[in-house]
Write a protein that binds this ligand. Structure first.
Ligand SMILES: [Zn+2]
Ligand SMILES: [Zn+2]
Length: 144
């Protein structure tokens, strides 16, 4: 009385795998390598310039370890130096009002996640800085 089972409706159907794509949801594993949002910045000034009583123009923050270094327009170029020494590939601007990221591997800027506060040096901190060490002819020194 029972109709014969349809061979097309066999076990093969249930065994078929489904592929699921994680669209939209941002998880920790989705973060680009070289970025750790939980690490706070090392301070308010370039680590190396502070150590040598030098001065800087703009500041950049390592997105992986929080190291704050000076930009390539500064005399020390310590942000790039930090990347070359450690292999940490991503920096974020440490200037007030700027939140762009830059990846040394691709040499491209992009928008990244929010990093541990503070996201910049204090707004009242001078640019270039620090104020008491910036020479009177700083523009000429940077302009060459
Ligand atoms: Zn520096
Ligand atoms: Zn770093």
């Amino acid at each position: 009385m029972t109709p014969p089972a349809d061979p097309a409706d066999g076990p093969a159907r249930g065994a078929r795998r489904r592929r699921r794509r994680h669209a939209g949801a941002v998880t920790d594993s989705a973060l680009p390598s070289g970025i750790d949002p939980s690490v706070p910045p090392s301070g308010t000034g370039c680590v190396e310039c502070e150590a040598t009583s030098s001065w800087w123009f703009h500041l950049r923050r390592c997105a992986q370890c929080g190291h704050v270094g000076c930009c390539d327009d500064s005399l020390g170029r310590h942000a790039t130096g930090h990347t070359e020494q450690t292999g940490h590939p991503v920096i974020q601007s440490f200037e007030p009002g700027e939140d762009w990221f830059y990846d040394f591997r691709t040499q491209e800027g992009y928008d990244g996640p929010e990093l541990a506060a503070p996201g910049s040096h204090p707004a009242e901190q001078s640019v270039p800085g620090p104020a008491d060490r910036v020479p009177a002819d700083w523009a000429r020194q940077l302009g060459g």
